[in-house]
Design a protein around this ligand. Structure first.
Ligand code: URA
Length: 433
């Protein structure tokens, strides 16, 4: 087989076999296929697309390029959740203990974040003492005992994807549905999940800005998962404004804790109940989505979900008393209110700008080497559709510096106030299974 012939075949719109795709991915991972040939191949895929069979073969070839996590020692059906990411997305912190409290084993491999705030691990590390440095046997034991554990990502998960993603980033080939879908699904499948629930975000603060494209991506990922024997479901959820009110690591942990105590916010709760219902259903802990939702509501109401969070924190070295007293979480030195410049209704909160503002305060990483400040961030006081009076606080910065003029400008500039009443945006647009 010669790479040049396979590039030509794809360029001319023909379908590649499983063996041909394996040849490409193995050759690229082993440095036998150079970047320039792989770039040409990625561009051919960008223009010619891939069949469902090709997408499944590409995903599996990337899974097989590195370590595959063996979760077989964990009892029950392991359901993973993946979000394509957004501003204020603290869903995993609330959702993991919520579904674990219903009996779903949650064996979560998570990463650190690059961008507006930290990733799930960074957020969890805002809890004093909490750590994810546990070995795989302890990880399995903890999930069997408590139904929930979180571990850091192994370095050698889908190396082919890592290399290809870096190449796509500099060859204008990131934005290709077959390449994005196989990239995301390869990581989920290599992480050992039996079933997968996907939260594909759409809107100004999302990786996919347009609803149609988000739908296409969700459908592509569901098809790959199902073709590879992992039951997969997806929702498309709104990211035209941050999720919940808090953006920033400790602030987001606090909001997730409040949600598990039954204190909202409504959008975070609804998202967790929707994603959680699918997880509980796929894990066969309920016979219908409706029954699953009722079970989730029960564990919030009877305190089992918040108790599960405490058990999980303590098992991984953290201080579980932060759950009862969230003042024990890191807090910033200054709270700086940002006021509305006119009266009216909030019609827009550009999530990207709020994310950038939080990152500027120190909540996120500009580069992999950046050190993040777990205490800082932004609390919104208004969401789209809310009425506001001139001079009323629309947000509060939690900062460790008083010198925040650019951040104030960013936050103020992310809000649009209009005179006509506005309907809040839809939170969940579609479900795909
Ligand atoms: N996220 C991924 O993991 N891969 C992509 O290709 C795009 C977003």
């Amino acid at each position: 087989m010669r790479m040049v012939d396979l590039i030509e075949k794809k360029r001319d719109g023909a379908d590649l076999t499983k063996e041909e795709i394996e040849f490409i991915i193995q050759g690229y991972t082993n440095d036998e296929i150079p970047d320039y040939q792989m770039s040409a191949f990625a561009m051919a895929v960008f223009f010619q697309d891939m069949t469902p069979q090709e997408r499944a073969s590409l995903t599996m070839a990337m899974v097989e390029s590195g370590d595959q996590i063996d979760l077989s020692k964990i009892e029950g059906i392991k359901v993973d959740k993946h979000s394509t990411g957004g501003v204020g997305d603290k869903t995993t912190i609330a959702l993991a203990p919520l579904v674990a409290a219903v009996g779903v084993p949650v064996a979560k491999m998570s990463g650190r974040g690059l961008g507006h705030t930290g990733g799930t691990i960074d957020k969890l590390e805002a809890i004093p003492g909490f750590h994810v440095e546990i070995d795989t046997s302890e990880f399995s034991e903890l999930v069997n005992k408590n139904k929930l554990a979180v571990i850091g990502q192994t370095a050698n998960l889908t190396p082919a994807d890592k290399k290809l993603y870096g190449l796509r980033d500099v060859t204008a080939t990131v934005n290709s549905i077959p390449l994005i879908a196989s990239s995301i699904m390869s990581k989920k499948i290599a992480s050992g999940a039996d079933a997968i629930v996907l939260d594909v975000k759409t809107g100004s603060g999302a990786f996919m800005k347009e609803l149609e494209k988000s739908k296409e991506l969700a459908e592509a990922m569901v098809e790959i998962g199902n073709n590879l024997g992992r039951q997969t479901m997806a929702i498309i959820s709104d990211m035209n404004q941050p999720l919940g009110f808090s953006v920033g690591n400790a602030l987001e942990v606090k909001e997730a804790i409040e949600m598990l105590k039954g204190n909202g916010p409504d959008d975070l709760l609804e998202l967790c109940l929707t994603l959680g219902s699918y997880m509980v259903f796929l894990a066969k802990q309920a016979t219908s989505i409706e029954e699953a939702r009722t079970k989730l509501q029960e564990v919030i109401a009877n305190g089992a979900a918040i108790e599960k969070l405490k058990t999980f924190i303590a098992a991984q070295g953290g201080d579980p008393t932060v759950v009862d007293d969230t003042n024990k979480l890191p807090s910033a030195s200054y709270e700086i209110p940002i006021k509305a410049t006119e009266s009216g209704y909030i019609s827009k909160i550009v999530a990207d700008k709020i994310g950038l503002a939080a990152m500027t305060l120190g909540a996120g990483r500009a580069t992999k080497e950046s050190v993040i400040d777990l205490a800082v961030g932004i609390i919104l006081h208004k969401k789209i559709g809310d009425q506001v009076k001139e001079g009323e606080a629309i947000a509060t910065l939690h900062s460790n510096s008083e010198n925040v003029d650019t951040v104030i400008e960013l936050v103020q500039g992310s809000f649009t106030i209009v005179q006509e009443p506005i309907n809040p945006p839809t939170l969940i647009y579609n479900s795909i299974s």
